[in-house]
Design a protein around this ligand. Structure first.
Ligand SMILES: [Zn+2]
Length: 393
């Protein structure tokens, strides 16, 4: 199939510029030209009439089977319910311009099967997906019995990481601190130790897999960095020394900066009081930490933590909005973080993340320029995956 997307204002995230009134040619799902003077004979024409065509958005921190309502621990655990919810959520991503997601924890690791079904083309209205299966936590730790398996000691940690690797996960996830949304745990307290995490990191790195870690406190982030973790999820409360360590180790930050903002919307909608208090305590720290890390040169990716309480799958781009409005980075920066940077974190930058000849034709289309007004990214007009329009208004 050959398609020409004409009269597009193309966001070039590699050069941080907009190519006005360009044509993007695609053939069999791959970009073959981005040009101001194309011969479109033989192509199916899609006239974008001056709308803004960007790379498909990324969301590197999702929980695809969650309904997002209240306490994840109280949601139905019936496999059919989880799958029906996941299908709905994956379609929500497509309706909002998100064409690549990384799932960082589902009950029984069910996202691994969903990922395969998407890859095989059995689920069409879905973004490309990576998944960690289940995460690894300490006994009594964050995500236990829902999205994480409990282990203690280096031996068990290594064993669980090896089991996950052989199960076919794309990435291994560890829990370095307590969590806002897990009963009884304290975000400020370290959980898996540096030694335990190092054992898992060795097991995953030996097989070429990346390791990410949930970490909501300064000490937990440091433990994870020293253990060799590749990306910190959340990083709510970091000081300058910790940020310096991240730069030195080349550790990524997937800040999920919109998560607490979204969680706090649930105050009168059934959010447990304990969760509310923890979110209130941490909200300001998140914005400050992200701002500091970004400006210090820590590589940052975009993940909204949708699936957490009141963090919905159909408003993924709120992560980019909060980066700009609360964390103080520019709209262009946020679009770079939400596309090519996130592609780099996920190791797919050769085929995704920018509108470049040779890459997959995964696009989002917006009425206005989101690299100028980031709120435009909340209102997607069209989503293209592999050169095919999967959704349009
Ligand atoms: Zn999460």
């Amino acid at each position: 199939m050959k398609t020409a997307f004409i009269h597009a204002n193309v966001l070039d995230v590699l050069n941080r510029t907009v190519l006005f009134d360009h044509t993007v040619l695609t053939e069999d799902g791959v970009i073959t030209a981005v040009t101001s003077s194309a011969d479109t004979a033989g192509y199916e024409i899609v006239d974008l009439e001056g709308k803004y065509l960007t790379p498909g958005l990324f969301n590197c921190h999702i929980h695809v089977t969650s309904t997002c309502e209240g306490d994840m621990a109280k949601q139905s655990s019936a496999p059919v319910d989880r799958i029906l919810t996941a299908l709905k959520n994956m379609e929500a991503f497509i309706r909002t311009g998100v064409t690549f997601v990384r799932d960082v924890g589902t009950p029984d690791g069910i996202a691994l099967d969903l990922r395969q079904a998407v890859k095989d083309g059995r689920i069409k209205m879905a973004p490309d997906m990576q998944a960690c299966g289940t995460a690894i936590c300490m006994t009594g730790g964050t995500g236990r019995k829902i999205i994480a398996t409990e282990v203690d000691g280096e031996v068990e940690c290594r064993r669980e990481a090896r089991r996950l690797v052989r199960q076919g996960v794309d990435v291994v996830k560890l829990m370095a601190t307590g969590g806002t949304l897990t009963h009884g745990t304290k975000p400020g307290c370290p959980e898996l130790t540096e030694e335990e995490m190092r054992a898992a990191v060795e097991a995953a790195h030996a097989e070429g897999l990346q390791v990410i870690s949930h970490a909501e406190s300064n000490e937990g982030v440091r433990n994870a960095i020293r253990a060799g973790v590749d990306c910190i999820e959340h990083g709510d409360d970091m000081d300058e020394e910790t940020v310096r360590l991240m730069v030195e180790h080349g550790t990524w930050l997937d800040g999920t900066v919109s998560a607490l903002y979204c969680i706090l919307r649930g105050k009168d909608k059934g959010l447990p009081e304990e969760f509310y208090q923890k979110a209130i305590d941490a909200e300001g720290q998140v914005y400050r930490s992200f701002n500091m890390a970004f400006h210090a040169g820590v590589p940052c990716a975009a993940g909204s933590d949708c699936g957490s309480s009141f963090c919905y799958h159909d408003e993924s781009a709120i992560e980019l909005v909060i980066m700009v409005e609360k964390c103080g980075i520019t709209a262009m920066d946020a679009m770079v973080v939400g596309t090519i940077n996130s592609a780099r974190l996920c190791g797919v930058e050769e085929s995704l993340g920018s509108v470049t000849v040779g890459k997959k034709a995964h696009f989002a289309v917006f009425a206005e320029n989101p690299a100028e007004n980031i709120r435009a990214a909340m209102d997607c007009c069209m989503t293209v995956k592999n050169g095919e329009i999967l959704w349009q208004k």
